[in-house]
Design a binder for this molecule. Structure first.
Ligand SMILES: *[C@@H]1O[C@H](CO)[C@@H](O)[C@H](O)[C@H]1NC(C)=O
Ligand SMILES: *[C@@H]1O[C@H](CO)[C@@H](O)[C@H](O)[C@H]1NC(C)=O
Ligand SMILES: *[C@@H]1O[C@H](CO)[C@@H](O)[C@H](O)[C@H]1NC(C)=O
Length: 373
């Protein structure tokens, strides 16, 4: 039977994740996530790159000729996106290209700004479970004006849904109204955006996708000095615990590579594995524990050089983010004990990881393939 009504997914204030965390927060009271959060187990998935080439360049329509010059200034664009029936949205990956620049807002909060259309700019934003207001301030400095975005909404069940800028976005034919990005501002009197062109056949063309995350600030780590030359053929374990009682963590994206093999776990749950130091893999972690999260790696060396390198991007409820790189602060063990991946595994007697070198050092070099955003 097909029903017309879409029931809002059942949401509760119960936070699912690593388990009790009060003891880790010491005297500090935990922040609580006042937003409704998604029920159920988090399901990690391989990071799915955006397809900017399916999006459309739009502008206000102040000049009714596509690709023609438009007035200089800041213009408002927005779209209220409702989650698919029965799905609970956690975070979004937003890739934007603009002639000339843009600022992206989600539910009234500024997420990031960037310029240009030859390469898209990538942002990660926290979402509400069932509907989210995406707003973009587009700035035209001179001549033609256009912007385009692809929004990948990640659901708690590990699936995602892609939305693009098109003629269903609302805009104003004139300066961006004060507070245009706020959910409390009504766009009912606004007009619809005008198509300026497609990536395949327009003045602006098809923007390149940036790497999903950088590796350049991350270090190759292992459990012994000299690992860039040689290390025992063995499995080693690495852990990084983020215990921050001041902000609510919502989701994460992880980029990782190892010489020779890794298995990645977040809060005890298996996320993915890889076997090539010439390439990094990226994963979406759609849901984190609000204040206590453990990233654990089982890394195995077959022979010769050994190392593991990762970049973790955490998105917080307030729209801010934090990048965590592999470095000498990670905990390390020359064995992989049972349960090492669990949040409450006691790693207090582990040593800290040995920094083998910065990203770019031999033998791995600076050409590790990174998936696009
Ligand atoms: C968009 O790019 C992807 C990946 O390069 C390609 O598979 C797909 O066919 C392209 N779609 C269009 C509409 O050009
Ligand atoms: C992370 O936050 C900074 C500072 O607000 C912002 O400039 C940047 O675009 C954000 N990064 C992502 C990937 O969302
Ligand atoms: C977005 O749509 C949802 C569902 O229709 C609605 O409840 C919400 O008020 C809308 N938000 C805005 C800012 O229009």
């Amino acid at each position: 039977m097909k029903t017309s009504a879409c029931f809002v997914p059942l949401i509760t204030a119960v936070l699912i994740g690593a388990g009790p965390n009060k003891q880790m927060c010491g005297d500090t009271a935990d922040v609580t996530d006042t937003n409704p959060t998604c029920k159920g187990k988090m399901v990690p998935s391989a990071f799915e790159p955006a397809f900017l080439n399916i999006s459309k360049y739009i502008w206000t329509g102040e000049n009714t000729v596509p690709e023609a010059n438009n007035p200089v200034g800041t213009r408002a664009f927005r779209k209220n996106i409702t989650s698919a029936c029965g799905k609970c949205a956690t975070c979004a990956t937003i890739v934007v290209a603009a002639d000339d620049s843009s600022t992206v807002y989600v539910n009234g909060v500024a997420i990031g700004s960037g310029a240009g259309w030859t390469t898209g700019q990538v942002y990660f934003a926290p979402l509400n479970p069932s509907s989210n207001l995406f707003a973009i301030a587009g700035v035209n400095n001179v001549a033609r004006a256009a912007l385009m975005a692809t929004i990948n909404i990640h659901y708690s069940d590990g699936t995602h849904e892609t939305f693009i800028t098109d003629e269903s976005w609302k805009t104003v034919r004139g300066a961006a109204p004060q507070g245009f990005q706020l959910p409390a501002t009504s766009d009912s009197t606004w007009t619809f955006a005008m198509l300026q062109g497609f990536p395949q056949n327009s003045f602006w063309g098809n923007p390149a996708l940036p790497p999903v995350l950088p590796l350049a600030q991350s270090k190759w780590i292992w459990t012994s000095a000299n690992a860039a030359t040689t290390a025992p053929a063995a499995s080693n374990a690495f852990r990084k615990t983020i215990d921050d009682c001041t902000k609510v963590a919502v989701c994460a994206t992880v980029l990782i590579s190892a010489d020779n093999h890794y298995k990645l776990y977040v809060n005890g749950q298996a996320v993915g594995s890889g076997d090539s130091f010439g390439r990094a893999e990226a994963y979406s972690i759609p849901k984190l524990h609000p204040t206590l999260n453990t990233f654990a790696i089982d890394a195995k060396n077959d022979e010769g050089p050994a190392g593991v390198i990762a970049t973790i991007h955490i998105t917080y409820r307030d729209g801010t983010n934090q990048t965590i790189a592999t470095d000498g602060s990670w905990k390390a063990s020359q064995t992989v004990p049972n349960g090492f991946q669990e949040t409450f595994f006691d790693d207090s007697d582990w040593v800290t990881a040995t920094v083998v070198g910065n990203y770019g050092i031999a033998p791995w070099g600076s050409a590790v393939a990174i998936p696009p955003a």
